[in-house]
Each structure stands twice: as structure tokens, then as C-alpha cells.
Design a protein around this ligand. Structure first.
Ligand code: HEM
Length: 318
């Protein structure tokens, strides 16, 4: 039996280029699929409102978290880069929210349906995508290669093997922004925070048997039917860090007992009027507004470059 080489310590490796990572993501998903996002290709957009509760007002100057309600655009997606992967697949789902602020400004909150990311650094993410690329013979990842990756990165074993639930609908999942962000208050006091959207309908998953019975686009259909009955709501829950909570590693969750506030309520009311325009849009975890800053997380910093690379390629219909 060969023993995999241990992974280099986080932070000691050179940061890969965005092009290298996006190339590898394309290979991993069997792409490229021209005109499509290189991750979360299959998605659908809705509109609604975010109403702040007021509880965040003394912790951040961000206007949408303390003042009047603001309009939002929300894109739900399946995380795969292949837009033809059916909705019943046990993959991570995404929820990207754009808050439309006064004076034409905007800020985004981009989240996934799992609490921990699958890599601590961009270099680890690149190696993982390479380990997951399909074997040309079977069209599936080579499980021996995946096991070797996990053995060499034991701290990622849990996030990589976590089974994302197959939801009853996009409106019955919790979504985590995973990274740490820093809230800045009126006195310039800085506080590390983490966000989670909690569905008002409660978390509800399908059994594997029911998931296998669903049509390929059941998530879109289910959401439209749910919306026709009533608006779909989420609470924005925010964890406040304690002294030693890690801020730079999105693969590590903070303890669930951390003090949490309810920052407000998102209410989705209807599909967007122009689906095509919103499909062509680019959400970004680093589109921030005054009162919210990025943390020292290297994955968060890297994402802006990878998203710009993917956006450039899909805008050119590559
Ligand atoms: C090294 C880390 C990551 C890389 C390289 C990466 C890469 C990408 C790329 C290339 C896209 C397509 C962007 C576009 O064309 O607009 C994307 C979309 C997305 N990513 Fe990531 N990602 C990373 C980490 C994360 C994390 C940590 C989260 C969640 C917290 C996340 C959630 C999403 C979501 C929800 C979308 C779809 C956004 C939309 O609907 O437009 N990603 N990602």
C-alpha cells in the first residue's frame, strides 16, 4: 500500500492562478459548458425584500442591516459546473443574495447548503478538484485518488465526506456563507461574524428513495408552486466569534453554542422579471458595503479572482 505524502501546511504554498483553478474546475465537471458558470451552473432567480430586525444595528454600520427594508435578488443553484446534472443529485446547493441599497449601491451574500467548505486554502481546493476529475474510462472520479487526497488532508475528511441533504425544495435548506466577515460599528470596533440563512419552513430533506423519484428540474417546479401559495422566507442568523474562533479557515465551523443574533428576514415573493439578465449577472462574496469587511480567510480573497475568470469566460460564450 502506498502512503500518501502529507499535505503542505496551510499558508506555505504559493497561491494558484485563477485560470489554473477554473481550468481544473472545468475538467472536474466534464466541461467547459459554453456560456455557463464554472460552478453552480444550473440556477433560477427570484425577487423579494430583506427587512432588518434592528438587532445588528449597534454592531455594524451596514445600512441594509439597520435601516429600512431593501429589495433583493436571489439566485438558487446546484453547485455542479454541469448544468445537466439533475436536481435529485446529492450535491451542495447555493443561495446568492444581492441586496439593492440606496443610491444604486449593492452588496452580496453568497452561501452554500453545508456548514464547512471543502478546503482551507486555494491550493488545497485546486488539488481537490484535480483529485475529483473524472476518469476517462468510467466518467466517474477515481475513488482511490480521492481517498489518497483525504488521507493526505485529514482535516478535510469531514467536509469532503459530508452528505449534503437532497431538499424538499430550495426553500427548506439552511445555507451558510462559511467564511468569516468582519462587522465594523460606529466606534470602529471590529467583530468577526459568520452568516447562516435559516428557512422559515424548517429544514426538510427527502429520503434517498424519494430523491431518486424526482424529475430533473423538480427544485425549480417545487419553488414556483411553493411561491404561488405564499412568500418564502429565511431568517438571517449571525454568529459572533469568541476569542479563539478561527477566522481564516472556512473548513472549520464555529461551535453551535456561539452567541447568535437574528439580523433580519428575507421574503421572496416572485420570480425575477428578466431571468436571462440575472443568469448573466455575477454575484461576488466580496461585493461588500461600508460596515462589512473581509476577514483574513485566503479562500475568500481568492474567490473574487476565480469568479471574475469564470464570468469572463462565460461572457465570451466560452
Ligand atoms: C476556492 C474556493 C472557491 C472557488 C474557486 C469557487 C469558484 C466558483 C466559480 C468559478 C463560480 C462561478 C462564478 C460565476 O461565473 O459567476 C462559483 C459560483 C458559486 N459559488 Fe463558489 N467557489 C469557491 C468557494 C465557494 C464557497 C466557500 C461558497 C459558499 C460559501 C461558494 C458558493 C458559490 C455559489 C452559491 C455560487 C453561485 C453564485 C451564483 O448564483 O451566481 N463558493 N464559485
Amino acid at each position: 500500500m502506498s502512503i500518501p505524502a502529507p499535505a503542505p501546511a496551510a499558508g506555505t504554498e504559493p497561491v494558484p492562478s485563477a485560470a489554473e483553478v477554473v481550468d481544473s474546475m472545468e475538467e472536474m465537471s466534464g466541461g467547459p459548458f459554453p456560456g455557463q458558470r464554472r460552478s453552480s451552473a444550473r440556477g433560477i432567480c427570484f425577487k423579494g425584500t430583506f427587512e432588518p430586525s434592528g438587532d445588528a444595528a449597534r454592531l455594524t454600520t451596514a445600512s441594509h442591516l439597520r435601516d429600512a427594508p431593501v429589495p433583493v435578488t436571489v439566485r438558487f443553484s446546484n453547485s455542479e459546473g454541469n448544468p445537466d446534472v439533475p436536481d435529485g443529485a446529492p450535491v451542495t446547493r447555493g443561495m446568492a443574495v444581492r441586496f439593492h441599497l440606496p443610491d444604486g449601491e449593492a452588496t452580496d451574500l453568497v452561501a452554500l447548503s453545508v456548514p464547512r467548505f471543502v478546503a482551507s486554502t486555494p491550493a488545497e481546493f485546486l488539488r481537490l478538484t484535480r483529485a475529483l476529475r473524472p476518469d476517462p474510462g468510467t466518467g466517474q472520479p477515481d475513488m482511490a485518488r480521492v481517498r489518497a487526497f483525504v488521507a493526505a488532508h485529514p482535516h478535510l475528511a469531514e467536509p469532503i465526506t459530508q452528505q449534503p441533504p437532497v431538499p424538499v425544495g430550495y426553500g427548506t435548506l439552511a445555507y451558510w456563507a462559511v467564511h468569516t466577515f468582519v462587522w465594523v460599528d460606529e466606534e470602529s470596533v471590529r467583530r468577526p461574524v459568520r452568516y447562516r440563512w435559516e428557512p422559515a419552513a424548517g429544514r426538510q430533506a427527502l429520503t434517498p428513495k424519494d430523491a431518486a423519484r424526482q424529475a430533473g428540474d423538480y427544485l425549480t417546479d417545487e419553488f414556483r408552486r411553493r411561491l404561488a401559495r405564499a412568500p418564502v422566507a429565511f431568517a438571517l442568523r449571525v454568529q459572533l466569534a469568541e476569542e479563539d474562533d478561527p477566522t481564516a479557515d472556512p473548513s472549520v465551523a464555529w461551535p453551535e453554542q456561539r452567541r447568535e443574533i437574528d439580523a433580519g428576514r428575507l421574503v421572496i415573493t416572485a420570480p425575477v422579471d428578466d431571468q436571462e439578465r440575472w443568469e448573466a449577472e455575477a454575484f461576488s462574496p466580496l461585493r461588500l458595503t461600508a460596515g462589512i469587511e473581509p476577514s483574513d480567510d485566503p479562500v475568500l480573497a481568492f474567490r473574487a479572482r476565480a469568479y471574475a475568470e469564470s464570468y469572463g469566460r462565460r461572457s465570451r460564450q466560452e
